[in-house]
Design a protein around this ligand. Sequence first.
Ligand SMILES: N[C@@H](CCC(=O)N[C@@H](CS)C(=O)NCC(=O)O)C(=O)O
Length: 214
Amino acid sequence: MKLYDAAISSAAARVRITLALKGIAVERIPVEIVGSGAENRRPAYLDVNPQGLVPALLTDDGVLLTQSLAIVEYLDEVYPQSPLLPSDAATRAWVRAFVLAVLAETHAIVTPRVVNHLASLPGSDETTAPAWRRHWTAEGIDALEALLARRHAVVPSRFCAGDTPGLADVFLFPQALNAGRVDLPLARWPHVEAIARRLADIPAFADNAQATLR
Ligand SMILES: N[C@@H](CCC(=O)N[C@@H](CS)C(=O)NCC(=O)O)C(=O)O
């Protein structure tokens, strides 16, 4: 398998963490996604992923997969060791809702293409993009904290939805690191912080996300 990857990408980190948790080896193909050398909008990469985003995974059967959630769920189905989803339907639904709160409502609105466009609009100055990123990161993690607080008041667990790391943790950890990148210390979110610090002790997490918890 080949993983089209960028070290700074938190979406790609979700896939790298999953591969490590399951002990799957892949060839990593770096794709530059920021600055004047960005390759992700060039035709060669658009042939891989028409959305111009990382990650993308080329399977051993020659199938190209995009979108981190779809890739992680594919890996979980094809490599069932260390399963990421809980066995009961209600907890699976909670986990998927949590994951979507990260993917769709927090990360998606602070990615380089969104922030670069915002910065290019009339009236923007050098404070606009950082303020946008910080605002939506904080609001997104406020919601994750509330979801975790409500769940853990009823069903306490070491990680988001169980005593072993699962799908929600795979999505939470890179997002917790992103908070540090926009100068938001995790102390503001006690449940998120406690879980992120436990995850940081697990090499599959610590070795596959590029940043330090703050
Ligand atoms: N929903 C997508 C998001 C992928 C995504 O936004 N990736 C970012 C890096 S974290 C990217 O490639 N950005 C390039 C750009 O915005 O131009 C997923 O989960 O895979």
